[in-house]
Write a protein that binds this ligand. Sequence first.
Ligand SMILES: CC(C)(COP(=O)(O)OP(=O)(O)OC[C@H]1O[C@@H](n2cnc3c(N)ncnc32)[C@H](O)[C@@H]1OP(=O)(O)O)[C@@H](O)C(=O)NCCC(=O)NCCS
Length: 182
Amino acid sequence: MFGKTILLQPIQGKSLKLDVPERDDLIQFKPWMNDPEVARYLAQYRGYTVEDELGWFDNTAKQVDKVAWAIYHDGQIIGNCGLFHIDHQSQHAEYGVVIGQQSAWGQGVGTAILEAVSQYGFKQLNLRNIYLNVFMPNQGSLKSAQKAGYKHFGTHPEYAYIDGQFVDMWMGQRQNPALLDR
Ligand SMILES: CC(C)(COP(=O)(O)OP(=O)(O)OC[C@H]1O[C@@H](n2cnc3c(N)ncnc32)[C@H](O)[C@@H]1OP(=O)(O)O)[C@@H](O)C(=O)NCCC(=O)NCCS
């Protein structure tokens, strides 16, 4: 399913919002998902078609084990993010994000979104724990996870083959702060 609208603080004067995507906006993802810089550290190894993206939209709308948002920055779609593999009984989920618009990188957007989605997971979905997986060379992703309070709990050695070498996967998790206070 898609998440309810979340308005974040503007970054460098530009609005930032997580919202249900407009179906037509999903067309933007084809060039992004086929951009080697964007896709380098994603667990995917094939090209994406517009139909793949529209299929993602249709499937996400139906599935109850995920909550996804489009990221709108300064009124333009720049990527998507969400909580996946939501286990309502055990109360945990995995975070994932793609900011496809490279000009939006390095401004704090990734960190702000991770914080907002984490709060949504803890307060709206009553999750106890959110986890994420980062391929070690992905320094932007690693830094934003650490800045948003995600703690290292394990390393999967040589998990992925990227650019001619096997790289480790950093596994991080954050607990619901309400549980830590008890
Ligand atoms: C990973 C990603 C979400 C980071 O988003 P972002 O908006 O660039 O992140 P932030 O601006 O919040 O950056 C967080 C920190 O990482 C740093 N950083 C960002 N990109 C970096 C890079 N390529 N190398 C080193 N540091 C980087 C920032 O400078 C910042 O550190 P600082 O606060 O000390 O200056 C974004 O680059 C992205 O979507 N990439 C493509 C898809 C992807 O890799 N998804 C994640 C899969 S786990």
